[in-house]
Ligand binder design. Structure first.
Ligand code: PLP
Length: 467
C-alpha cells in the first residue's frame, strides 16, 4: 500500500525489552502528582466547586470530567499552540481540542473572517458564495464532486448512513471493533466473544445495536467478507486508519482488498476522515487513493468554528436525486436549521485557503516524526515494552511491545491508571495530551521546542516509573 513516508513501516517503532511498571510505585507517584495539581490550581478548583451547583457533574459536557487531575483546568485564553489557565499557567497544547483545534487556536485570518461574517449575518437558511468556494476546494482535495454541510462530523456520519440505507435499501451498517465516529447510535457497539452488542458505557441505546450494525476487527479481510456476505450492509463506515483506540494503521494492501470486497457485495464505503485528515491536505483518501463513495470531514474544517462536510460521488448523487421529492426534503431526517450557515462557511473558507494548506502539513508531519522519535528513544532508554505509531501530523504511544493491528488488541493493551499518571505528570509540567489515549497532534503553530519539552517530561516520567 502506498503509505506516505510518515505512515510507513519505519514509523512503527517497536520495543522489545519488557520492563514492567511497579504498581505500588505508580500509585505513590500518582498521589504525589495529584497533590501537586490541586495545590497549583486553586482558581480552577474554586470554579469547579462553583460549577457543581449549575452544571451537571460540574462540567459543560460530561466527558470533560475525564481529564487527568481532580478537576478540569478552566481556560483563560488560547492562542496558536498554547493556552493559559485561570491560575496563570501556560501549556503546550498537544490535544488541540481532540483535533477541533488542529489549526492552532484562533488563527488570526480565521478570527478576522469570522468577525467580519458575524457583523454581516450569521445564519439565514440561504446560501452564501463561500459555500461554493468551499465545495470546489473540497472537490479538489478529495476528488468527490458533490458536497453538503452539517454542524458536526457526527451529523455528517449520521446523514451518510441514512443516504446509504436509502439508496441501497439495506438495513445495516458495518463498523470496526472499537471505532468512534461521534455520537452515532449505530456505532456504539462492540464485539464480546464474537457477539455484537452495546459498547460498554453506551447510555440508553435506542435498540440493541446488533439489530443495526455488523462489527468486525480492522485488518481482517476474511471477517469483513463474512459480514458482507449477508448482503444486508448498506455501508462500511470506517476511519482509513483507526485513531480513537490509539492509532492503528492498515496492513499493506488492506484497503485495496477491502475496497474491492465492499464493492463486490454491493455496499458503499464511507471514509470518515475527521481525524485522518492529519495524513495530508486530502486525508488518507488522497494519500492512499481510497476512492470512497462518501467522505466525511469535520472538526478542524472551520478552525474550531462548528462545521463539517460530507461529499459524494457522481453515482451516489444520482441515486439520491432519484429518490428525493421536493415536498419532503425538509423532513427526511437529513438537515439542521443551522447547518451550512454563513458563519461556518466563512470559517471553513479561511481555514482551507490559509491554514490547513500543503505548506502547513509539510511543517506538521516532520514535527510528529520528531515526537515519535523522541518518545521512542526514551522508551528504549527506560527499557519499557511500549511502542509509538505515527500517522501524518499525529503520533501516539501504546503500552504494548508491538503496534496493535486491530481495536481488540489495542484496547487490551490499554492501561487507564498508567495513562492518567502520564497525562497528569505532563500537565503538571505544562503539556496537555488528549484525555482519551496517548495522542499528540501537531498544528501549524506547534514548534520543535514544544515537542522537545514533551520529550524531556516524558523521559523524566519514564525514568521515575522505572527507577
Ligand atoms: C473519527 C471521528 N469521526 C467523527 C467524530 C465526531 O465528531 P464531533 O464530535 O465533532 O461530531 C469524531 C470525534 O471524536 C471522530 O473521532
Amino acid at each position: 500500500m502506498g503509505f506516505s513516508v510518515d505512515c510507513s513501516e519505519s514509523a512503527r517503532l517497536s520495543m522489545h525489552d519488557t520492563k514492567t511498571v511497579d504498581r505500588n510505585r505508580l500509585h505513590t507517584l500518582h498521589q504525589r502528582e495529584e497533590k501537586r495539581f490541586v495545590s497549583t490550581h486553586p482558581r480552577s478548583a474554586e470554579l469547579y466547586l462553583r460549577a457543581q451547583s449549575s452544571l451537571l457533574g460540574g462540567v459543560p459536557m460530561n466527558w470533560m470530567n475525564k481529564w487527568a487531575g481532580a478537576f478540569p483546568l478552566f481556560v483563560k485564553s488560547a492562542s496558536c499552540a498554547h493556552f493559559t489557565d485561570v491560575d496563570g499557567h501556560e501549556y503546550v497544547d498537544l490535544c488541540l481540542g481532540d483535533t477541533g483545534a488542529m489549526t492552532g487556536h484562533s488563527p488570526q485570518i480565521v478570527a478576522e473572517a469570522v468577525a467580519r461574517r458575524a457583523r454581516e449575518g450569521i445564519t439565514l437558511m440561504l446560501p452564501t458564495e463561500d459555500a461554493i468556494w468551499v465545495g470546489e476546494e473540497l472537490q479538489r482535495r478529495f476528488g468527490l464532486p458533490f458536497w453538503q454541510f452539517t454542524l458536526t462530523a457526527t451529523d455528517a456520519n449520521r446523514f451518510s448512513i441514512r443516504i446509504a440505507r436509502e439508496i441501497t435499501q439495506r438495513p445495516k451498517i458495518l463498523v470496526f471493533h472499537y471505532c468512534y465516529h461521534g455520537t452515532v447510535d449505530e456505532t456504539f457497539v462492540s464485539l464480546r466473544d464474537g457477539v455484537v452488542g452495546p459498547r460498554r458505557g453506551n447510555i440508553g441505546p435506542p435498540v440493541n445495536p446488533a439489530e443495526t450494525t455488523r462489527v468486525v476487527e480492522f485488518n481482517d479481510l476474511a471477517g469483513l467478507e463474512e459480514a458482507l456476505k449477508h448482503h444486508d450492509v448498506a455501508c462500511v463506515l470506517a476511519e482509513p486508519a483507526m485513531t480513537n483506540v490509539g492509532i492503528i494503521l492498515p496492513d499493506d494492501g488492506y484497503w485495496s482488498a477491502a475496497r474491492e470486497l465492499i464493492r463486490r457485495y454491493g455496499a458503499l464505503f464511507v471514509a470518515d476522515e475527521t481525524h485522518t485528515i492529519c495524513a495530508g491536505p486530502g486525508g488518507c483518501t488522497r494519500e492512499w487513493n481510497l476512492q470512497p463513495d462518501i467522505l466525511v470531514f469535520g472538526k478542524p474544517i472551520g478552525g474550531g468554528i462548528p462545521g463539517a462536510a460530507y461529499g459524494v460521488t457522481e453515482e451516489v448523487a444520482q441515486r439520491i436525486a432519484a429518490r428525493l421529492h421536493l415536498e419532503d426534503v425538509d423532513v427526511g431526517g437529513i438537515g439542521g436549521t443551522l447547518a451550512g450557515n454563513a458563519l461556518s462557511l466563512a470559517a471553513m473558507r479561511a481555514t482551507l485557503e490559509h491554514i490547513l494548506t500543503p505548506a502547513a502539513f509539510a511543517h506538521m508531519i516532520p514535527l510528529a516524526g520528531r515526537f515519535a522519535d523522541g518518545v521512542a528513544q526514551q522508551i528504549r532508554g527506560a527499557g519499557l515494552a511500549w511502542n509509538v505509531t505515527q500517522l501524518g501530523a499525529r503520533a501516539e504511544y501504546t503500552f504494548s511491545a508491538k503496534p496493535p493491528r486491530n481495536g481488540g488488541e489495542s484496547a487490551a493493551a490499554g492501561d487507564f491508571e498508567l495513562e492518567r499518571f502520564l497525562h497528569l505528570y505532563a500537565l503538571n509540567r505544562g503539556v496537555l495530551l488528549t484525555p482519551f489515549h496517548n495522542m499528540a497532534l501537531m498544528s501549524p503553530a506547534t514548534s520543535e521546542s514544544d515537542i522537545d519539552l514533551h520529550t524531556r517530561i516524558f523521559a523524566e516520567a519514564a525514568g521515575e516509573l522505572t527507577a
